[in-house]
Design a protein around this ligand. Structure first.
Ligand code: GTP
Ligand code: MG
Length: 349
């Protein structure tokens, strides 16, 4: 039996389950949150429609997948009527920045030359932290996929909320410092829940897929099953509590997942062998040429953009921090520490 099964004694697992339930409830967005978010979308939509005929604004990320907690940022995507060239997208970011400023939005920060051009701002009325990107169709589609996972089993939302909270408290959810994004943590959780025995959720990109069925967006297949009930999934046979599953999550990434060998693949619903991915070869080729090997130290495959490794933000240092935090959480849980201690705010004192 995996380590996670042996160490989950009943009273401790019950403590964790209750504590996760409380944490999740306390971190749920306030009652009027959805209304505030919709109001921002409408406001930005009216600005965009004034600037470009036929342009629309859509919400994506956790506000749209239902995996958001109190104070989550608001991710917005500007959809022009036709896919813009990258330079046009950069100009759109600059223009909308000027307009947001004129409308009295706070802390407007256009980043038109970033790899993914965005403009950041804080909505004056709701004080929500917002990001706008342009024509990010894959993000809209992966948001829909994560939403389908959130609906597939009631344990997904509280577990994701807990892991996001833990990662933020422990300062390992800071992509600008080389640690994983929230999106990457959600994929780690779904990847784990697909590979418990029995699985908590299926692979929605495999379930009910008929031979040859694809839905290509920006060159990638974004097909998934959004009605698992209609395709032979009559709910999970896994009866583990959320407490046991959280234990298993940390056991998985602290002890079972071997980053030198494995790739987390939500697409396939299993741990992939690294040897099958081009990342392994790229790394070897780079090393052979004497260049600093490309960073693919802990691989998390994007479900649609399968050449994109969400773990790539990590270098040896930030991977070291992240690994240390997985090990710390796992060790504390083996010692039956309360959830509050596992998620205690990081301090270097
Ligand atoms: P919170 O805002 O912390 O609640 O999480 P989130 O689920 O909104 O994730 P995040 O803000 O990190 O990312 C927003 C969305 O960007 C994700 O849901 C994806 O749709 C999309 N996305 C696609 N690729 C990437 C990527 O490489 N990094 C990040 N951060 N986001 C990506
Ligand atoms: Mg977000």
């Amino acid at each position: 039996a995996p380590a996670s099964k042996l160490l989950a004694d009943a009273p401790y697992a019950e403590h964790l389950t209750a504590a996760i339930g409380e944490l999740h409830a306390a971190r749920l967005p306030p009652a009027d949150d959805a209304r505030w978010r919709r109001a921002v979308v409408e406001h930005v939509n009216s600005i965009a429609a004034r600037l470009w005929r036929g342009a629309q604004v859509r919400m994506f990320g956790s506000s749209a997948s239902g995996l958001h907690t109190r104070g989550a940022d608001l991710d917005l995507c500007l959809l022009p009527p036709r896919p813009p060239h990258i330079n046009a997208a950069r100009r759109m970011i600059s223009s909308i920045g000027v307009e947001l400023e004129a409308q009295g939005m706070l802390e407007v920060l256009p980043l038109p030359s970033a790899r993914v051009p965005i403009v950041k701002f804080v909505d004056r009325a709701s004080r929500l932290q917002c990001d706008i990107c342009v024509n990010n169709l894959l993000a809209l589609n992966n948001t829909a996929l994560l939403g389908a996972y959130a609906r597939a089993d009631g344990r997904v939302r509280p577990l994701v909320a807990t892991v996001k909270y833990w990662a933020a408290q422990r300062k390992v959810n800071e992509p600008y410092r080389g640690t994983l994004s929230s999106y990457a943590y959600v994929l780690l959780m779904i990847g784990y829940l697909q590979t418990t025995d029995p699985p908590v959720v299926p692979s929605l990109q495999q379930l009910g897929r008929l031979d040859g069925v694809e839905r290509i967006v920006d060159g990638y297949d974004v097909w998934f099953c959004d009605d698992p009930g209609a395709h032979g999934w009559s709910g999970s046979a896994n009866t583990q509590s959320i407490g046991e599953l959280l234990l298993g999550f940390f056991a998985r990434y602290a002890t079972e997942f071997d980053d030198a060998k494995h790739v987390v693949s939500v697409r396939l619903g299993r741990m992939l062998e690294r040897a099958g991915k081009v990342w392994g070869e790229q790394q070897t080729a780079a090393a052979r040429k004497g260049r600093r090997a490309d960073r693919h130290l802990f691989c998390i495959e994007d479900p649609f953009e399968i050449t994109h490794d969400l773990g790539r933000v990590m270098d040896t240092t930030s991977l070291g921090w992240t690994r240390a935090e997985f090990s710390r959480a796992h060790a504390l849980m083996q010692a039956r520490a309360p959830l509050a201690e596992v998620c205690a705010a990081w301090s270097d004192a």
